[in-house]
Design a protein around this ligand. Structure first.
Ligand code: ZN
Ligand code: ZN
Length: 88
């Protein structure tokens, strides 16, 4: 998967320090504002797993934005949208 932005900036997860942007396993996604406000809080970036840990549950399709970033750049989000990440 290739990043669509691509500013080439590092975007480290606040909780585990994984680079959510430049690693081969891109973990860039957009969640609904209410979710980020409630759980993202102080963080600039969080990887998918760490956000789920903070939420205490799995991220669901209603939590994420219906946008090209999610549909092209994050395999977890793609699965929720019914897209096979291996074919993208
Ligand atoms: Zn990028
Ligand atoms: Zn993390």
């Amino acid at each position: 998967m290739k990043c669509a932005c691509c500013s080439g900036k590092k975007m480290p997860c606040k909780d585990c320090a994984k680079d959510t942007h430049l690693s081969s396993d891109i973990d860039y996604y957009m969640v609904e504002n209410a979710i980020w406000k409630k759980y993202g809080g102080d963080a600039e970036f969080l990887c998918w797993d760490c956000l789920e840990k903070r939420m205490g549950r799995k991220i669901q399709i209603k939590d994420i934005v219906d946008c090209n970033i999610n549909k092209n750049m994050n395999k977890n989000a793609m699965v929720l949208f019914g897209i096979n990440p291996l074919k993208a």
